[in-house]
Ligand binder design. Structure first.
Ligand code: G3P
Ligand code: MG
Length: 379
């Protein structure tokens, strides 16, 4: 495979290492493969070295995204070695007292119908989008010119268990699956529900923004919980400068909430890199994938996974997340930073920002060099 040492990876013994690759800024700039990305993945695939893709991106069904990525990167990928920002939310519909399976959830993100389909594929049975609410109650947002464009495709309407005429649609939890396109409508609906009585849209509970009460937020008057899937303030698209990500939307919601409640912090749950919950989920996915891959080539009991090379472009998510993560399997997560994405040696703080938890084990030009460095380290 072009660009790699001819030294053949010894395949007699199953490799005790694997890779986790970030996507945006490492493998792709939006839809365009970054030079070396296909070579790197094809080399690992050819030598049966396990890897997963671990992205804070989202907004498509995992099956749809891996099909698209396989075509773009020229390497077979499946949902067995793919984790995107909202994939761990699937766990919230597992059976048990806290299950949200039969609750009514609000889901927002780029394409409302795609986000609804993803939530339903995870097992959520009653899914509402901000566009549903806008169609049912156009007055909920006085001047939304997007009703016949961005929101035109939304057609499913309210789930059967809530009668829009009563104006008492009850939302039990809210999810941001990926970067919303209509921040104004989404912030309006989210804050309406945080101020509501128990998640009933159109109601108002003065307790929720009474600054004299302890920190506002849900459970004050059992408001719906608010989940974000990705904290990235910035991400790399190939434009000359990084672009605002879902973390910027989260900051906007938190800023409006702080104003409305006279200074309270927005209470929310955030997953995605750099959070340990996502790295724990990803490690389990990687371990299961590696086990199947190596068994298929007759390594029946592959040795323990000793190291995972986390190759990323964003010190705040990929590098800090790998550095902070304490593996439940005792696996070393080794962070490798590339210069093809958010972090740029020649700009935005350059080497200066790579301190403490943002300090990678290695800094390389691109993903091809990252793989070569790791293989060298593995000897
Ligand atoms: O929305 C995607 C962006 O936040 C970054 O994604 O692949 O670099 O984790 P990724
Ligand atoms: Mg990235």
């Amino acid at each position: 495979v072009r660009g790699f040492s001819t030294k053949k990876v010894v395949e007699k013994k199953a490799p005790s290492f694997a890779f986790a690759f970030d996507i945006d800024g490492v493998l792709l700039h939006v839809a365009k493969p970054i030079p070396g990305a296909s070579d790197a993945l094809r080399y690992l695939h050819h030598h049966n070295i396990p890897f997963i893709l671990l992205t804070n991106g989202g907004g498509k069904l995992e099956t749809e995204r891996v099909k698209d990525l396989s075509e773009k990167l020229g390497v077979p990928l499946t949902t067995d070695n793919f984790v995107q920002s909202h994939t761990p939310f699937r766990q919230l519909v597992d059976d048990g007292p806290e299950s949200l399976r039969d609750k009514t959830v609000l889901v927002t993100g780029a394409d409302a119908e795609k986000c609804r389909a993803i939530a339903q594929a995870y097992g959520f049975r009653n899914v509402v989008t901000p566009a549903d609410i806008l169609h049912a109650h156009p007055k909920v947002f006085p001047f939304d010119p997007l009703l016949d464009s961005v929101h035109a495709s939304s057609r499913a309407g309210y789930p059967s268990n809530s009668n829009p005429a009563s104006g008492m649609l009850k939302i039990d939890a809210m999810f941001v699956f990926n970067d919303p396109r209509d921040w104004a409508l989404d912030i309006q609906i989210i804050t309406d529900l945080l101020l509501s009585q128990g998640g009933h849209l159109g109601t108002y509970s003065p307790r929720n923004n009474d600054a004299s009460l302890p920190n506002c937020g849900w459970q004050q008057d059992n408001q719906p919980a608010l989940y974000f899937s990705n904290a990235d303030l910035l991400w790399s698209t190939g434009y000359a400068l990084p672009r605002l990500g879902q973390g910027a939307f989260q900051a906007a919601v938190a800023g409006v909430w702080r104003r409305i409640t006279d200074g309270h912090e927005l209470r929310r749950r955030v997953i995605g890199k750099p959070y340990g919950e996502t790295y724990r989920f990803a490690e389990r996915v990687l371990a299961a994938h590696r086990h199947e891959l190596l068994r298929a080539i007759s390594h029946h009991e592959p040795d323990v996974l000793r190291s995972v090379y986390m190759v990323g472009d964003n010190p705040e998510s990929d590098i800090a997340g790998a550095n902070d993560f304490v593996s439940e399997a005792g696996t070393e997560w080794c962070s490798v930073l590339v210069g093809t994405g958010v972090w740029n040696p020649a700009a935005r703080g350059g080497e200066g920002v790579l301190k403490g938890r943002f300090k990678p084990r290695a800094v390389v030009r691109d993903v091809r060099e990252a793989v070569a460095w790791a293989l060298e380290r593995e000897g």
